[in-house]
Write a protein that binds this ligand. Structure first.
Ligand SMILES: [Zn+2]
Length: 177
């Protein structure tokens, strides 16, 4: 029962979820769900189901999740002015079901959608859209166009160069010497 005490300490920033009995139930019974899934997999398919469904799945999930905070802060592209090292990395966009669009995530941490461009594959977002269509997901938050404009790194570069007088009469950027 010690884990219950441990859990309680992390509940100070989710006031809205604390009011919903369903999420409170999930929160406090979560470890039992994992055990029940393991038992179910073993009953249905024996040891191979248990190994693939629990051990290998967890190793994959943990490695990909931790890679987001290392690889996606090292390799990839930045399109938003987040003031940090977060990067959009297409490979981890695929492997982590959208979370690899990590510069997007840092720019708009409230956004349900991480792959903000149509070509940025984000399977979590597709699932949320599906749940939304069924009426099971509501109040889904996305960044507005105005918020995107404010955060765009490109705009910041343009503004900076305009101040420095390096934007030509034709509106195009000139090389900074
Ligand atoms: Zn990060």
């Amino acid at each position: 029962m010690l884990f219950l005490l441990h859990y309680e300490g992390r509940l100070n920033n989710v006031g809205d979820l604390k009011k919903k009995p369903y999420y409170i139930f999930l929160h406090y019974t979560y470890p039992f769900h994992s055990v029940a899934l393991g038992v179910l997999l073993y009953v249905v398919g024996g040891l191979p189901f248990l190994v693939w469904g629990m051990a290998i799945r967890m190793v994959y999930m943990v490695h990909v999740t931790f890679s987001i905070n290392s690889i996606c802060h090292t390799w990839g592209t930045q399109v938003w002015d987040t003031g940090d090292s977060s990067r959009n990395n297409w490979l981890f966009g695929l492997l982590a079901h959208g979370e690899g669009w990590h510069n997007n995530h840092h720019a708009f941490d409230y956004s349900a959608r991480q792959g903000l461009e149509w070509w940025q594959i984000d399977t979590t977002w597709y699932l949320i859209r599906f749940l939304q269509a069924l009426g099971l997901a509501t109040e889904v938050k996305l960044p507005t166009e105005a918020q995107k404009k404010r955060k765009a790194l490109y705009n910041k570069v343009i503004n900076k160069k305009e101040k420095l007088g390096t934007v030509g009469n034709n509106g195009k950027l000139q090389a900074v010497k």
